[in-house]
Write a protein that binds this ligand. Structure first.
Ligand code: AIR
Ligand code: ASP
Length: 261
C-alpha cells in the first residue's frame, strides 16, 4: 500500500489525507476505549462493522436530506469523507433515561422521556468532556447561535429518522452522540454538516423485546459479547451480510476492487 499522510489519530479512527483536495480517508480501528481511555481493548472486527453501519446510516440520512461528510466507502475499514472543520462539541440526544443522565439525576435507567433531550459536551480528554450549555458554546466561540440552531434541527431530524429506522428492526434507540463540522461547500458557502460516525460505539441500542444491550455499554460494563452484539445490529440492518464471524478478524483495508468488500 502506498504511503499516506496521517492527519490525525483518535481513539477509534485514523484520518489520512484523501486523494483529492478537500477529501479525507477515515479509517475505522478495532480499538475500544471508555471512561476517558482508562479502559482499553481491541474488539477484532469492530472497525469493519462500524464502517458498514455508519456507511448505511449516513447514506440513508443523505437520502432524507441531512447533510453529512460521507462520500463513499472505499474498503472494509475506510471511507472517503469531505474535509470539515470539526466543532469541539459532542451533541447527545436522549429518548430514554440511561448512562450519565441516570447518574446525574439519580434516575432509574430505561424510563422513557416525555420529550427528547439534547445535551452538549465540550470535547476535551483532559477535562473529561464536561457538560456545557449553549451559553458556553456561544461565549467561548465554539459555534455561533445560528450554527447551534442548525445543529439542533439536524439532531432532531436524525433522531426522528433513526428512532423509526431502528424500531423497524426491533431495536430501541435509547440515546446517541453526534459530532458536527463546518463544510466549505462547492458554492463557497460554509454549512454545518453531520460528521464523525454513527455506530454502536456512540448509540445506546436495546433489543425492543428483551432490553438486551447491543452497543458499547457491553464493553463499558464488562457484559461480554461486544462483537456479537455489533454484528447483530449490522445483521438486522441488512448490512455486512457477506462476511461471517471468522472473516472479520482478518480484514484490514481490503479494497472494494478486490471483490472482498
Ligand atoms: N457517547 C458520548 N460520548 C461518547 C459516546 N460514545 C454516547 C454514548 C451514549 C450517549 O453518547 O455512547 O449513546 C450518551 O452517553 P452518556 O455516557 O453521556 O450517557
Ligand atoms: N469519550 C469516551 C471514550 O471513548 C466515551 C465512552 O466512555 O465511551 O473513552
Amino acid at each position: 500500500m502506498s504511503k499516506r499522510y496521517k492527519l490525525y489519530e483518535g481513539k477509534a479512527k485514523i484520518m489520512y489525507e484523501g486523494p483529492e483536495p478537500g477529501t479525507i480517508i477515515q479509517y475505522f480501528k478495532d480499538d475500544a476505549t471508555a471512561f476517558n481511555n482508562q479502559k482499553h481493548d481491541l474488539i477484532a472486527g469492530k472497525g469493519v462493522i462500524n464502517n458498514r453501519i455508519s456507511e448505511y446510516l449516513m447514506t440513508k440520512l443523505t437520502e432524507i436530506g441531512v447533510p453529512n461528510h460521507f462520500i463513499r466507502r472505499l474498503n472494509m475499514r475506510e471511507q472517503l469523507i469531505h474535509e470539515v472543520e470539526m466543532l469541539p462539541l459532542e451533541v447527545a440526544v436522549r429518548n430514554v433515561v440511561a448512562g450519565s443522565l441516570a447518574k446525574r439525576f439519580g434516575l432509574e435507567e430505561s424510563t422513557q422521556l416525555q420529550r427528547s433531550i439534547i445535551e452538549y459536551y465540550y470535547k476535551s480528554d483532559e477535562l473529561g468532556d464536561p457538560l456545557i450549555s449553549e451559553g458556553h458554546i456561544n461565549c467561548f466561540g465554539w459555534a455561533t447561535n445560528q450554527e447551534i440552531d442548525d445543529m439542533i434541527i439536524l439532531s432532531l431530524r436524525v433522531n426522528d429518522f433513526l428512532v423509526g429506522l431502528f424500531l423497524g428492526v426491533g431495536i430501541r434507540l435509547v440515546d446517541f452522540k453526534l459530532e458536527f463540522g463546518r463544510w466549505h461547500n462547492s458554492n463557497e458557502e460554509v454549512q454545518i454538516v453531520l460528521a464523525d460516525e454513527i455506530s454502536p460505539d456512540n448509540c445506546r441500542l436495546w433489543d425492543i423485546k428483551t432490553n438486551e444491550k447491543m452497543d458499547k455499554d457491553r464493553f463499558r460494563r464488562d457484559l461480554g459479547g461486544v462483537k456479537e452484539a455489533y454484528q447483530e445490529v449490522a445483521r438486522r440492518l441488512g448490512v455486512l451480510t457477506e462476511i461471517n464471524n471468522i472473516d472479520l478478524n482478518n480484514h484490514n483495508s481490503l479494497s472494494v476492487q478486490d471483490g472482498l468488500a
